[in-house]
Ligand binder design. Structure first.
Ligand code: 13P
Ligand code: SF4
Length: 324
């Protein structure tokens, strides 16, 4: 077995259960450089729960689900924020930190949900359903947020919908999240037809097969999964809610119906839990690597900019959500 080099070796202890020793030398040089660049440039790294363990556990300062990243972005005391996640997350951080530099290491790190709807689509929905409030998932562009009344994440969608005190809302763009929330509330929900390309691929048959192969396994599903998948699961919640469930309930054996890195990251904290790992990769999240985080910090790229007129309206929708 190849020994970890001495420099970032102490960090290897955190991830040794999910990164084989032979892979570590390929990471440690970038990790050392990133840690030094963060100090030099007064930068922090925010990483989503779907980032790979060498990013999530070794260079990130703040980790979490989309809601936590948005909340914690407001308290950042640094000149530069590097968003290890997808573009809409970087835009949200920029909306909340207009005077800071927000960097996304790869501009192509998108999201099938954000791609599924335009600002013009939202304006047409408003015309079609006059007076019905528009709740927009954070997995959207700033331009789409700017046309909305309030944002939500998978962690607070029900709360946001019910906070409006109306019998009917429009919820964009994730059809499955909208239908999963509709099943939990009396508020009528008008949905769009966007889907997450990662979660839409799970099926109820996958869960039945898993239960047969691993008797007693506890199944957790993200609410971007189709409603028939959520119905077969033992629990559904945001990435943070799934992680909290594992910490709280300590199931003997668990499966997370979500993106692949999530199990690795949670497994690091819970060596006593057996993780069964059928999962789907998010190609957008996987565009972020140690190498491009290092380049981002060194070369100040890619700096997120948002048209100020769009930004003011989009910020209102995000801040309204955060006030709940
Ligand atoms: P969370 O808000 O649950 O972290 O989800 C974000 C996401 O992109 C899920 O696919
Ligand atoms: Fe978008 Fe789905 Fe990837 Fe999340 S997992 S960033 S919703 S494509």
């Amino acid at each position: 077995m190849t020994a970890a080099p001495p420099s970032a070796a102490y960090l290897y202890e955190r991830v040794r259960r999910v990164i084989p020793p032979i892979e570590w030398p390929a990471f440690s040089d970038d990790i050392d450089a990133i840690l030094a660049l963060k100090r030099e440039r007064n930068a922090v790294i925010l990483a989503h729960n779907y980032q790979t363990p060498e990013i999530f556990h070794c260079v990130a300062d703040i980790v979490g689900d989309s809601l936590a990243l948005a909340r914690k972005a407001m308290d950042v005391d640094a000149d530069i924020i590097v968003l290890a996640g997808v573009h809409f997350m970087a835009e949200t951080a920029k909306l909340l930190n207009p005077d800071k530099t927000v960097l996304i290491p790869d501009l192509e790190a998108g999201c099938s949900l954000a791609e599924s709807i335009t600002a013009q689509d939202v304006r047409l929905m408003r015309q079609r359903y006059p007076g019905v409030p528009i709740v927009t998932y954070v997995n959207t562009s700033a331009a789409v947020k700017a046309e909305s009344d309030i944002c939500c994440t998978s962690g607070n969608a029900k709360k946001v919908v019910e906070s409006l005190g109306v019998p009917r809302v429009i919820m964009l763009p994730d059809e499955y999240l909208a239908r999963n929330i509709a099943a939990e509330t009396d508020v009528e929900i008008i949905a769009w037809t966007g889907h997450c390309e990662v979660h839409e691929r799970f099926t109820p048959a996958d869960i039945r097969d898993l239960r047969e192969a691993h008797p007693g396994v506890i199944v957790l599903a993200h609410p971007e999964c189709p409603p028939d998948v959520v119905a077969e699961a033992d629990f559904s919640g945001s990435t943070a809610a799934m992680s909290d469930y594992v910490g709280r309930e300590k199931p003997k054996r668990v499966v997370l119906m979500t993106e692949c890195s999530m199990s690795d990251n949670v497994a690091v904290e819970h060596p006593e839990v057996d993780f069964i790992r059928p999962c789907n990769l998010c190609p957008h999240m996987k565009r972020i690597t140690l190498a491009n985080i290092r380049s981002a910090l060194k070369e100040n790229r890619h700096s997120v900019t948002i048209d100020p007129q769009v930004a003011d309206r989009a910020r209102r929708a995000v801040e309204r959500m955060l006030a709940i």
